[in-house]
Write a protein that binds this ligand. Structure first.
Ligand code: TYM
Length: 358
């Protein structure tokens, strides 16, 4: 490997909670591939973060393996980027404990992703207009014997540690992770100022030009997400993929020329913009504007264009999954490299915080 010291350190990860979907691909994975030649790239599988939703132990490992294969199949090259598994780096867990001493439970409870996940864990409805206090009351309230685990609350601390322990300055993520990145900067500043050191850099989102990406789901609202059941997976069989797209929510069609688009239809156009050529997008936009559009045609085209992206990845995933030796080599080398930096940072942090040996 060439001299990486001069390159900016990039780090990002994906939770091992199931197969990767188009949101992960466009929000994260496809961007990882673009920058691996020009940056000191570190991409990992966040299996400790996956534990926050208490997965079945058998599934956890299978998910780590499939995401690893998907990383490689999508074009992340272990000769160019460092690939590792979060739980292979024990320094992360120790620094998570240390950093938590400077993180407020209030600021964690106000994090959008926490409120969302806590609501789901408790089976509370997603009532708009609920105040923070009302939600917090429900989370700590005694009215239920369901529980929100502390790991879910401290999820942003762990994510901040992933980034800070590698001294990364650029973090390519989708729009939904920007609040976590903001917290990471806040924790870095707080640590520096509390100990009066200039130690942690403040990481920012990787600027690819253009707005941060939010890939919508097929159910007419919100973002594509594993827990939403509105996903197209990179490894979806073509038959299933076509069926999912054909079933995507739409509306009754434009009733007058140049009508505004409903959210479900806008979402289909967003997917089309990500996967199709500008000509195709223009064709359907014009057809929408003059009311000649047939959503069935748009969906057929969309399904084929998505398949053109996913099919080569799916083929390679199957090949790579069969090569256990290769997978083992990739992550053991990755862990070795990631641990070098992590151990150096942890030693500094322990010293700065006053933990000394006799
Ligand atoms: P996770 O597993 O939820 O998502 C992984 C990446 O995929 C992006 N993403 C999306 N982007 C656009 N549209 C969507 N519908 C969509 N769904 C998911 C996410 O923004 C993310 O970039 N907390 C992180 C994992 C993590 C991490 C880190 C990331 C742990 N430590 C350190 C960066 C740095 C997460 O939840 O990923």
């Amino acid at each position: 490997m060439e001299d990486k010291n001069k390159k900016e350190i990039v780090l990002s990860g994906i939770r091992s909670t199931g197969n990767l979907h188009l949101g992960n691909y466009y929000g994260a994975l496809s961007k990882f591939v673009k920058i691996q030649d020009t940056h000191d790239c570190n991409f990992f599988i966040a299996d400790l973060h996956a534990l926050t939703t208490n997965p079945n132990p058998e599934e956890l490992h299978a998910n780590v393996k499939s995401i690893l294969a998907e990383y490689l199949a999508a074009g992340i090259d272990p000769e160019k980027a460092n690939i590792f598994i979060q739980s292979d780096i024990p320094e992360i867990s120790e620094m998570y404990l240390l950093l938590n001493m400077h993180v407020g439970i209030g600021e964690l409870m106000r994090t959008a992703s926490f409120k969302d996940k806590a609501r789901k864990a408790l089976g509370i409805g997603n009532a708009e207009g609920e105040t923070d206090e009302e939600i917090e009351k429900q989370i700590i309230g005694a009215e239920t014997n369901k529980r929100v685990n502390a790991g879910l609350l401290t999820y942003p601390t762990l994510m901040a540690v992933d980034i800070l322990i590698q001294k990364a300055t650029k973090v390519p993520v989708g729009k939904d992770q920007l609040q976590h990145l903001e917290l990471t900067r806040r924790f870095a500043r707080r640590f520096n100022s509390f100990y009066n050191v200039d130690y942690f850099p403040e990481p920012t989102d990787f600027d690819f030009g253009g707005a941060p990406i939010k890939v919508p789901g097929l159910d007419g609202s919100g973002k594509m997400g594993k827990s939403e059941g509105n996903c197209i997976y990179l490894v979806d069989d073509p038959k299933i993929l076509r069926k999912k797209v054909m079933r995507a929510v739409t509306d009754e069609g434009p009733q007058a020329p140049n009508s505004p688009m409903s959210e479900p239809v806008q979402n289909l156009f967003t997917l089309l913009e990500l996967t199709s050529t500008p000509d195709v997008v223009k064709h359907f936009r014009d057809a929408y504007a003059d009311c000649s559009i047939r959503y069935g045609d748009l969906k057929k085209q969309l399904a084929e264009d998505i398949l053109a992206v996913t099919t080569p990845i799916r083929d390679r995933v199957n090949e790579i999954m069969a090569d256990e030796d290769y997978l083992r080599r990739v992550v053991s080398r990755g862990a070795e490299r990631a641990r070098e930096r992590a151990a150096a940072t942890l030693a500094d942090v322990r010293r700065i915080m006053g933990i000394r040996k006799f």
